[in-house]
Design a protein around this ligand. Structure first.
Ligand SMILES: *Cc1c(COP(=O)(O)O)cnc(C)c1O
Length: 412
C-alpha cells in the first residue's frame, strides 16, 4: 500500500517525545479540585519556586534612573551589544569571579539561565552522549529531547539514550562520576530540587573526568548565592583546570528577585575547545557567534539594575535577601525535623527535600498534605524517577505561610 502525503508543513517529530509536562498542571488541578470542595480553606503554598520579596532598593533606583535616561535626547540607548554592556560584564568579573581570572569578555549577559541552558546544546553535534542528574530541573533534558539527542520515551518515564546520574540518600544527593564516557554533562549545584550543593572534592572529580574524556561540563549555578558550606565552591572555576572543560550559567532571578525582570549570564572560558573531525574550535567564539545571530541583548535599564547589585549597598541588600530566605529554610527544616521528618537541603538552597513516610509515594504524600493540612508542596517524582519518595518545600514562601504550615503539621 502506498500513502499519498500532500505537501504540508511537518512537525519536528522530536517534540512528541517530550514527556507530557503534567507536573504543574496536575498540581493546579488537584489544588483547584480541593478548593472547590472546601471553598473556605486557607491554603499554605510551599510549592512556589518563585521569589516573594520585592527587588533590592539599589536595583529599583538604577532601573528607574535608566528608564528616565531612555527618555532624554543624547542619553537614550538603542541596540546594545548582544553579549551585554561592559559595565555589567566588568562588575560580574570583578565581584562574582574575583581572583578566578575570568575575563569580562568571557561573560555573556542574557535574559535568563533557562533560555541560555536550553540554547547552549545547539553548539554540539547530535551524536553527543549526554548525562543529567536525577532528579533535577527539567530544561537540561527537554532541550535535548527537542533537539533530537535522545531516543524513545521508556515506560519508566525516562528517555533512551540519556545517562541519568542518580542523586539519592545513599550518595548524599551528589551526582557521581560515571564509569562510561559521556560528552556533555549537566550539573546543577546547589541542585533544584534536592537543595544539595556539590563539594570541592566531587567537583574536582568531575573536572578530571571531563579532561580525561574530552567532555564538557555545563553547570547551572542558579542558586550559587545561597551556598553557605565553606566546602562547596560557589563557582566551578574555583576548581583547577575547570577553565578548559566547563561552562557556568548564573542568574539574578533567585538571588536578587529578578524573575520578573529577566537577567542572567553565562561564562564561557576562552580555553574551552570543541572537536570537529580533527579540527579544533573555540566554544567561546561559537557561542559569541550564536549570541550575535539569535539575540539582540538585554534591555539597558535591566542591565543597569543588575549592575547596581554589585555596588557595596547592592551587595549588602542581596546578602540580606538571600539570608532571609535561608533563615526561613532553616526554621522550617528544624520544625519538620522536630516533627520527625527526614529533611535534606535548605542549608545551601531555598529548597527543602523532605522524605515521605515509609511506603508513601510522592503524590500520595502531596495529597495527604493538601487534604489534611491544606499545604501545597511539589511531589519529588515530578523532577525525575529518583525523586520518588520525596517532596519539595520552598522557603521562598512567606514566613507566615511556613509558620502556619508547621503549626498545622504539629496539630496532627
Ligand atoms: C529558576 C531556575 C532557573 C531559571 O533561571 P532564569 O534566569 O529565571 O531563567 C535555572 N536553573 C534552575 C535550577 C532554576 O531553579
Amino acid at each position: 500500500m502506498q500513502y499519498y502525503f500532500p505537501p504540508m508543513a511537518k512537525l519536528n517529530h522530536h517534540f512528541s517525545k517530550l514527556s507530557g509536562n503534567y507536573l504543574f498542571p496536575e498540581i493546579e488541578k488537584r489544588v483547584a479540585d480541593y478548593r472547590q470542595k472546601t471553598p473556605h480553606c486557607k491554603l499554605m503554598d510551599l510549592g512556589i519556586g518563585d521569589i516573594t520579596q520585592p527587588l533590592p532598593a539599589s536595583a529599583v533606583a538604577a532601573l528607574a534612573g535608566a528608564a528616565l535616561e531612555m527618555g532624554k535626547q543624547g542619553a537614550f540607548r538603542g541596540y546594545g551589544p548582544s553579549e551585554g554592556y561592559s559595565f555589567l560584564r566588568e562588575a560580574i568579573a570583578s565581584v562574582e569571579y574575583a581572583g578566578l581570572e575570568i575575563d569580562p569578555s568571557e561573560i555573556f549577559i542574557s535574559d535568563g539561565a533557562q533560555s541560555d541552558i536550553a540554547n547552549f546544546q545547539e553548539l554540539f553535534d547530535i551524536d553527543n552522549r549526554i548525562a543529567i542528574p536525577d532528579p533535577t530541573y527539567p530544561v537540561y533534558l527537554d532541550s535535548n529531547v527537542i533537539a533530537g539527542r535522545t531516543r524513545a520515551l521508556l515506560k519508566t518515564g525516562r528517555h533512551g539514550g540519556v545517562t541519568y546520574l542518580p542523586c539519592t540518600e545513599e550518595n548524599e544527593f551528589k551526582p557521581q562520576v560515571p564509569t562510561i564516557p559521556i560528552d556533555l554533562i549537566y550539573l546543577c549545584s546547589p541542585n533544584n530540587p534536592t537543595g544539595t550543593a556539590m563539594d570541592r572534592k566531587l567537583l574536582k572529580q568531575w573536572v578530571d573526568y571531563a579532561k580525561e574524556n574530552n567532555a564538557i561540563l555545563l553547570l547551572d549555578g542558579a542558586y550559587s548565592a545561597f551556598i553557605t558550606d565553606p566546602d562547596a565552591p560557589q563557582s566551578i572555576f574555583e576548581i583547577e583546570g575547570a577553565r578548559e572543560v566547563a561552562v557556568e550559567f548564573r542568574t539574578f532571578s533567585k538571588s536578587a528577585g529578578f524573575t520578573g525582570l529577566r537577567c542572567s549570564y553565562t561564562v564561557v572560558p576562552k580555553g574551552l575547545k570543541i572537536y570537529d573531525f580533527g579540527s579544533i574550535h573555540s566554544l567561546h567564539a561559537l557561542w559569541n557567534r550564536r549570541h550575535a545571530t539569535k539575540f539582540n541583548g538585554v534591555a539597558y535599564p535591566i542591565q543597569r539594575a543588575a549592575a547596581a547589585l554589585f555596588t557595596p549597598q547592592g551587595q549588602k541588600e542581596v546578602k540580606a535577601l538571600v539570608s532571609s530566605y535561608l533563615e526561613r529554610a532553616r526554621l522550617f527544616r528544624q520544625g519538620l525535623a522536630n516533627l520527625g521528618y527526614t529533611v535534606y537541603g535548605g542549608q545551601d538552597s531555598p529548597y527543602l527535600w523532605c522524605k515521605t513516610p515509609p511506603k508513601v509515594s510522592s503524590w500520595n504524600f502531596f495529597d495527604y498534605l493538601l487534604q489534611s493540612h491544606q499545604i501545597v508542596s511539589i511531589p519529588g517524582s515530578g523532577f525525575g524517577h529518583a525523586g520518588e519518595g520525596f517532596i519539595r518545600f520552598s522557603a521562598f514562601a512567606d514566613s507566615s505561610a511556613l509558620g502556619e504550615a508547621l503549626q498545622r503539621l504539629k496539630s496532627g
